[in-house]
Design a protein around this ligand. Sequence first.
Ligand code: G3P
Ligand code: MG
Length: 248
Amino acid sequence: MPTSSISFVPPVIAHRGASNLAPENTLSAFVKAAATGAKWVEFDVMLAACGEAVVIHDETLERTTNGTGNVSDHPYSYLRTLDAGSWFHPRFANERIPTFKEVIAVIEAHGLNANVEIKALPGLEDQTVRKVLSDIENYWPKDATPPLISSFSMEALKLVRAYSPPALIAILIHEWFEAWYDYTEALSCVSLDINHEILDADKVKLIKATDRFLLCYTVNNPQRALELFSWGVDAVFTDQVNVIMKAL
Ligand code: G3P
Ligand code: MG
């Protein structure tokens, strides 16, 4: 597996950027993550109606913007006019929903690594995967660590593997299921990104015996993070990147 270029030092991944210091999944959130000394960020990518890849978590606009309706129903020419920061704090009123391409430029400028989570709507898996891979091909710096590509959609991950044999795939697991090993083998995953609430020391041992990375989400309690590290977890996704960094 081409994982020699990957290192989780420090073992912290800023979940949607520094989402406690700036509105999640905005350019400011990634800049602030870098300022904490973190080396990894996670963010969510989905398609706008025009086919542009945008960075946003929810399928709908209400929680994190002043827009309404489904992200996938609007072209980026509309999405880019929305305020994606005031919900968090008025001083972020100029934040916009960034494109994937814009986020790549910011993480390159700050020397960050990234876990790109594909949010593929049912029926749009193929289009979403093709766009994410083509943006990576066109814009990801060639000398940087390639992104980890994750998704809850097994359909999307199968397409990633089919279209990109060298892709670094992480399988996302929210509920424990016994077939996890078969899936990781079939997809040649380099990592398992797992809900920490379903893990215990034995499961960590089992997973680490397969010689893959084990990353856990979403861990905001420093004591819990330290416990997970003591079991052998490689890194945690956290909304409290500055807090977990300090606890290390
Ligand atoms: O990638 C880890 C985590 O982000 C998965 O859940 O809903 O926060 O995207 P979610
Ligand atoms: Mg995510």
